[in-house]
Design a protein. Sequence first.
Length: 328
Amino acid sequence: MERITIEKHFLNQQGNNELPSDLINILYDINLAGKMIRKQVVINGLTDQTGDANVTNASGESVQKLDIYANDSIKSILTAHGRVAIMASEEEEDIIPCDPSAEYVILFDPLDGSSNIDVNVSVGTIFSIYKVNKDGKTPTEKTLRKGSEQVAAGYIIYGSSVVMVYTAGDGVFGFTYDPSLGEFFLSHDRITIPNKASYFSVNEGLTPHMHPGTKSVLEELKSDDPENGYPLSARYVGSLVADFHRNLIKGGIYLYPGTSKSPNGKLRLMYEANPLAFICEQAGGKASTGSQRILDIEPTDVHQRIPLIIGNAELVDLVESFEKTAVL
Ligand code: AHG
Ligand code: MN
Ligand code: MN
């Protein structure tokens, strides 16, 4: 089987789509940071980077030592080459101004699925890239943009194999890491989400606090209705990247809805929802809050949370229709 390195792929894309070389080099830098994080993830438990760091992040959640390692790795790689104007991380309270002459803003969730780090379940790194908003006066104004303005987005999943998936607005590509060579190779060329959905992914423990529309659509997905392809199978590990990736490859829908306890759900718009929404739409799927397209949301805060319904386009429409008609 012919092997295409990630570097060769980027060079091809540069030629075909005139992707700017700075953007390609940033993607390549993120790929390198992913190798560093992978190296630490696979020996978790054997080093002093294991367990809780005994601090909380900007969202008030407990931070793991590996979250900090991943955050520092990405920051050090991305600031080394002067290609990044501003960074923002789920693990950092403040936006991080970098090189004022650079053109790109990068937002990232350094390690998604922290609660799974110490139990050998897949975790990942999610990233979102914009051109800097030159009209903005403050770093926040230069950073806060609608998801539809992303120029690239992706994730690296540290699973039974390590895979990097990205889009730069011309299809979705996935690369698998060969640890014997230290290199990523193209393994998923132009990913499209299957039309037939097999899975639904949701934390059903939240059901008592869900809105009536969410409860009823989940009943629909679990109903005995073979003609419409139901019931779907349930799959949920509690790492967004892993649950999203399964549905992207196998066909399905992921929901982290707003609830009476957390009206905006749990996931972050800028670090999680927007990048995955960009990928999902590029793969032929949809992403919604339940009432609005994720990529159309005007952000107000870099750390804001948002309900996320993402995956198979028909099922996202179905969830929207249930949420709109439900009697509250
Ligand atoms: P993070 O580890 O980056 O804070 O994200 C955790 C998120 C996401 O990965 C996952 O889908 C969700 O938390 C799981 O939440 P529940 O435990 O409430 O299901
Ligand atoms: Mn996360
Ligand atoms: Mn995280």
